[in-house]
Structures are given as structure tokens and as C-alpha cells.
Design a protein around this ligand. Sequence first.
Ligand SMILES: Cc1cc2nc3c(=O)[nH]c(=O)nc-3n(C[C@H](O)[C@H](O)[C@H](O)COP(=O)(O)OP(=O)(O)OC[C@H]3O[C@@H](n4cnc5c(N)ncnc54)[C@H](O)[C@@H]3O)c2cc1C
Length: 418
Amino acid sequence: MPETHPAPQSKEAQTEHQISDVQEADCCIVGGGPAGVVLAYLLARKGLRVCLLEMHTDFDRDFRGDTIHPSVLEVMDQLGLAERLHEMRHSKIRSFNIQVGDDEGVTIELGFLKTKYPYIMMLPQAHFLEFMTEEAKKFPGFQLIMGASVQELIREGGAVRGVRYREHEDDEWHEVRAALTVGADGRSSRVRRLAEMELVKTAPPMDVLWFRLPRREGDPEGVAGRIRNGHILVMLDRMEEWQIAFVILKGSYHHLREAGVEQLKRLVVETDPTLSDRIDHLQEWKQVSMLSVESSRLKQWYQPGLLLIGDAAHVMSPVGGVGINYAIQDAVVAANVLTKPLTSKSLQTNHLARVQRKRKWPTRFIQAFQAVIQKRILANALDTSKQFKLPFFLRLPLLRRIPARLIAFGIWPVRVEN
Ligand SMILES: Cc1cc2nc3c(=O)[nH]c(=O)nc-3n(C[C@H](O)[C@H](O)[C@H](O)COP(=O)(O)OP(=O)(O)OC[C@H]3O[C@@H](n4cnc5c(N)ncnc54)[C@H](O)[C@@H]3O)c2cc1C
């Protein structure tokens, strides 16, 4: 376990707050999402002292994505965790079906992928995060503090040397000092803001409304996409229920809200008439979450003593549902590069730059691919003035393999190297 003791502060690291205790660790990770928990597991597994701080008191999140892609399953296999992960209640997506209007549509299969796991596992994200942290607790250097909201960075000698957080339970201020601080605190990262790191933003033409409806016998399995009359609906199989994404034009949410939930229900049924027998489960706006679609990335993912990974470094558009995959791939690469210098206490800023170099291009490429899909396909599908047709690469079975591979593995699969 990381050591805890009261410690005096150097002048530069002073804060106006009364600090009740100071802990020391090799690595302090802010954020217990997929990136943070996987990195914490991998570093603790190598005998490092890791302090993982999560501001919520549990891992329950609504609509955060429950997808575990083949590349992550391969990593879990390497770590000897895949079998136990599969013992948890889950479903498997082996294909995506996309229908335009009344057409039969096209099906993108994953079965051709050369992997032990040619499917996307659907497992509630909270269960995955609980599973990984329980496994990490088996290593003596791992410490998880729930309800710990990071508020300040500690800077000394021009480098980040840890964080200050407030604990939900006692509302007191605490410090964690570490050779490396990792911001894995998601799309609206406070660490990013505190470090004043610059984001390059793009504004794709859509927002997404998320809600759940029950699944019924005879429903398709996996993922189904429906495009009709300027509306796009994507349904993700979550065993007893569908997690539904209803894509709308950017900025149209307020009009829809003013028109009332009945209008939303009408549009949903118009897009997929098979949902008419259960649409009444949707009764109020409280059941609907609005995701403002964003795609952005940091120019530089690091500063001396600080690295950002996952959504904190690059917010992914929901196209292809690759955010979790990319967050975990960042964690694996960070552990591959940083374990040795952290162990030998020789961490330098160029090690952090190497993590960015390895992850920058896969991230840029997938964001460019998502932008093309959004601009060329989704924007056209939302445009009622034109007749929409699926692009040629989705109509040709062999070319359909390209997006399937990209979604399953990213640009290239990432493996644990030590
Ligand atoms: C509505 C919606 C649906 C999505 N669906 C999918 C999908 O189907 N498939 C997919 O791959 N991706 C999906 N995503 C994207 C996916 O959720 C993210 O890409 C992924 O979770 C990123 O992981 P992360 O670990 O980087 O960050 P996050 O999962 O965002 O985790 C960040 C963690 O940091 C914690 N935190 C934040 N601030 C602080 C602080 N100051 N102190 C301490 N802790 C803090 C948060 O509580 C959170 O637990 C979806 C996202 C949304 C919003």
C-alpha cells in the first residue's frame, strides 16, 4: 500500500487548505474509468505503488457504454482474466445490421476476424470496473480511494508531483505525492483544466439521445441501426433491454424538448415501427440522457510529471463505440512504456512523450474515420431533403470488413509487453 503520513509542505507546494494527511505513491491516477482502472492494475501487477482516486462512491454510470472489444478481450486473455470475465453475465455482439427505410439492409459480421474473440462483449461497465479493481486489490501496492475528488495539482520544481483531493466522507483535504500523476478523468477532465492543456476541437453535426426500452422475444441480437425519414436510431443489445441511441441534428434538442416527449416517441416509432409495442415505457425526459457529440484531442498529452490518457486526452465521437477500447489501449501502452522507468525511479518527460507518440496516430486516424462517417453518412442520413443511400463500401461485403476491423482492434492491436 502507498505510505500515509503527515508531512510538512515545501514553500512552492503550499496550499491554502488544511491538509489532513499525505500519501506517497509511485503513480497517482485520477479517475476510475476504463483507462484508470486498467493502468492501475497493470502498474500494481508490476509491484509499483499505485493510488487510484475516483470521485464517485461507486462505479455505477448510466449510458457510458458497455462494450468490450476483441482487442481488449485479447489483453484480458494475456493477463489471464478473460475466462473469469466471461463467467460474468454478458451478451455478445457478433454482427451489426443497418437498415435504410424498408430495405433489408446490410449486415457487418465480426466472425471473420482472426481472433479468439470475434465479437464485442456487452458487460455493464460498472461490473467491468469492479472486476478490475477487485483483481488489482490482490497486489500489495494498489490502493483505491472512492469518493476522492481531485481539486488541485501539486507543482514543485516545474513538475507535477501529485494531487490534492477532498474526500466525500470527511470533506477533508488530502495529498497524494507521486513521481507520476495520470489524468484519466474523462471527457471534461479537471486535471486537463488545472494543467491548462490545450484541446483541438471539432464540432460534428449531431447530438445523441440515450434511453432504454425493453427487449422482446424475436428481436434481433447484437446491434441494429435504422435510418428513415431523416432519423437515425441505433439499438444495442443489453440482454433484457435495448440501449437506444437516437441521433439528432446538433442544436435541435431544445426544439424537441419543447415539442414534448410524445413527439420523441412518435419519431422513434416512425424510425423503427417494431418499437411501437413498448415505446410507452418512455414517459418523461428524465429517462433520456443527451450526449453532445464531441471529438477533440490534446495537442500535447503530457507535462513534466503528468500524463493524460483516455477521454481526458482525446474525446471520441460515439461512432463505432470505440472510446472504451481506445482508453484501455492508452493504458496498456502507458504501462508498457512507463513500468521500467517508474520501477527504477528514472522517469523522464521523454518517456511520457513516447506514450503520446505511440498513441497519437491511432487516435488521429480513428477520429478522422469517425469524422468522415459523420460528415458523409450521418449528416446525409439526417438531411430530409435528399434520398439517403448507404455508401458503396458498406454495400460491398469485402469492404465492410474494413470498418469491422477498425472497430474491433483500432488501427492495430495493442499488447501487454511486460
Ligand atoms: C452516453 C455515452 C455512451 C457511450 N457509449 C459508448 C460505447 O457504447 N462504447 C464505447 O467504447 N464508448 C462509449 N462511450 C464513451 C466511453 O464512455 C468513454 O470513451 C470511456 O469511458 C473513456 O474512458 P476513460 O477511462 O478515459 O474516462 P471515463 O470513463 O469518463 O472515466 C473517468 C472517471 O474519472 C472520474 N473523475 C472525473 N473527475 C474526477 C476528479 N476530479 N477526481 C477524481 N475522479 C474524477 C469520473 O467519475 C470517471 O469515473 C460513451 C460515452 C457516453 C457519454
